[in-house]
Design a protein around this ligand. Structure first.
Ligand SMILES: NC(=O)C1=CN([C@@H]2O[C@H](COP(=O)(O)OP(=O)(O)OC[C@H]3O[C@@H](n4cnc5c(N)ncnc54)[C@H](O)[C@@H]3O)[C@@H](O)[C@H]2O)C=CC1
Ligand SMILES: O=C(O)[C@H]1O[C@H](OP(=O)(O)OP(=O)(O)OC[C@H]2O[C@@H](n3ccc(=O)[nH]c3=O)[C@H](O)[C@@H]2O)[C@H](O)[C@@H](O)[C@@H]1O
Length: 459
């Protein structure tokens, strides 16, 4: 099928950047991104592209170039579905917070709503593309909804999981390691392969069956997260043995079978997907009675929780076993650098632990505002919103944030943190002045020469 119009349901961190790049690379295809969230759509349509709802390096430029030409953002969902030959489902699939599978399974209600919406309004044949990360065998459910409409509209379902990482989304989309397309209908698969083919070499477009494609996405995230938990586990051992985790990571990473990427020890991984996808994998394995498989992957999450807890415990014990009434300056709140996304950020959990010990938290993140910080903490429901407001303050300036602080905790690896005038930070802090570098981005000897009591991960 020749594709002239694409609709993407879900204008989020995946839908937005992915469709912007598809539009840029396919000027003859009209791409419409729809969402039920009016405020989000309005932000995507904001004249001033610095107000887009998502911060991603390079995204604003592409939106500026394509918006209003062949890229459109709207809440008119039905119209966009009706006119398009290809519809991407790119809605959120969070961990369930209720009922069966609570805390483990993926909540598929938004995906199902999309399938029902498509089934209801489609009058011509459609290729429906799963872009959201979904449990293996979800295509079966979507198929069943779409094929029971009583109409003679023909639907082909494809799985096309997304592998972009936030902060490098545009780079990842422009130059992907691979594009994965799972499906039954060869015609549908080739239609989608052609869309990507306008900039991705054919040998990097991998075709599989639907189930392999769905499961590959969960597996890729599980493997990536497992590497982080593995190096973080070793980081704790390093702290007891005078080994240095950076040196260990370098030494093992030079083995081409292991590879050097994704071996940075940290306060633990965050982000909306690693934990959610592994919990989902564990849930699926348990539902097939595969206890050993489930336990194996669950350990990745257990270790990650341990790493976050270990960081706050170490901070508290170093500050003479109490942080009550002490000002702890947290540099960074986003789950990684170059994004404004804070979902599941380790900073939230570390702050929560410290607040339980009655610390005063001062936060500075170049892309996250105070309301978002408070919303993240309120969402945990550990204490009242008023208490969070009393104990947590955000600043727009790192020097204000660290002034009179007892300790600085580095939570995100923003590049600008490395360039600060650390002597100035030191001079205005309470003494002894402690730094807890949760990202290993500062130079230990430099910090110690200034006078800081410096501790990092795995050294
Ligand atoms: N964030 C990331 O870096 C990556 C996410 N993914 C997966 O992509 C999917 C989407 O993730 P994000 O873009 O981060 O989520 P998001 O939460 O940023 O965006 C999802 C959007 O879908 C909209 N939506 C929900 N139900 C809708 C409906 N029935 N009709 C219209 N709009 C609806 C929401 O209002 C929201 O704006 C998830 O399954 C996630 O696991 C995959 C790769 C990378
Ligand atoms: O499905 C998804 O949502 C995406 O999840 C991750 O991307 P993302 O979460 O955006 O970012 P990552 O770069 O993977 O970082 C995740 C977390 O791990 C941490 N991390 C990463 C690498 C590392 O060596 N050490 C480490 O602690 C980061 O700081 C961050 O908190 C995957 O890298 C993407 O391929 C995938 O598409």
């Amino acid at each position: 099928m020749k594709i002239t119009k694409i609709c993407c349901i879900g204008a989020g961190y995946v839908g937005g950047p992915t469709m912007a790049v598809i539009a840029k690379k396919n000027p003859n295809i009209k791409v419409t991104i729809v969402d039920i969230n009016e405020a989000r759509i309005a932000a995507w349509n904001d004249e001033d592209v610095s107000n887009l709802p998502i911060y991603e390096p390079g995204l604003a430029e592409i939106v500026k170039e394509t918006r209003g030409k062949n890229l459109f953002f709207t809440t008119a969902i039905d119209e966009a579905i009706k006119e398009s030959e290809m519809i991407f489902i790119s809605v959120n699939t969070p961990t369930k917070t209720y009922g069966k599978g609570k805390g483990m399974a993926a909540d598929l209600k938004y995906v199902e709503l999309c399938a029902r919406n498509i089934a209801e309004v489609a009058t011509t044949d459609k290729i429906v593309v799963e872009k959201s990360t979904l449990p293996v065998r979800t295509a079966q459910a979507i198929k069943s909804i779409l094929h029971n409409t009583g109409s003679d509209v023909n639907f082909s379902i494809l799985s096309n999981p997304e592998f972009l990482a936030e902060g490098t989304a545009i780079e990842d989309l422009l130059n992907p390691d691979r594009v994965l397309i799972g499906g039954e209908s060869e015609d549908a698969i080739e239609s989608l392969a052609n869309v990507y083919g306008s900039w991705v070499p054919q040998e990097r477009i991998l075709r599989t069956n639907v189930w392999s494609s769905e499961l590959s996405k969960l597996t890729a995230n599980a493997f990536l997260a497992q590497r982080i938990s593995s190096i973080n586990a070793i980081s704790e051992l390093c702290e007891h043995t005078e080994a240095n985790v950076n040196e260990v990571a370098k030494a093992i990473g030079m083995d081409s079978r292991i590879g050097s990427k994704f071996l940075n020890a940290s306060i633990g991984f965050g982000g909306s997907c690693f934990q959610k996808d592994i919990l989902n994998l564990v849930y699926i394995a348990r539902s097939y009675g595969l206890t050993e498989v489930a336990d194996y992957w669950e350990q990745v999450i257990i270790l990650n929780d341990h790493q976050k807890r270990r960081f706050s415990d170490n901070l508290i014990s170093t500050l003479y076993n109490t942080v009550s009434g002490k000002k702890i300056a947290m540099l960074g709140w986003a789950f990684k650098k170059d994004t404004n996304d804070t979902r599941e950020s380790a900073a939230i959990y570390v702050a929560d632990h410290l607040l339980n010990e009655q610390a005063n938290i001062a936060v500075y993140d170049p892309k996250v505002n105070e309301q978002k910080v408070l919303n993240d903490l309120n969402y945990l429901n550990t204490r009242s919103e008023d208490e969070n407001k009393d104990l947590v303050t955000s600043f727009n300036d790192p020097y204000e944030t660290t002034k009179d602080a007892h300790a600085v905790a580095i939570m995100t690896e923003w590049d600008e943190f490395k360039t600060y005038d650390w002597q100035k930070v030191y001079d205005q802090m309470k003494k002894p002045a402690f730094i807890f570098d949760g990202r290993n981005i500062l130079d230990k000897s430099e910090m110690e020469a200034i006078g800081f009591e410096y501790s990092s991960i795995g050294k």
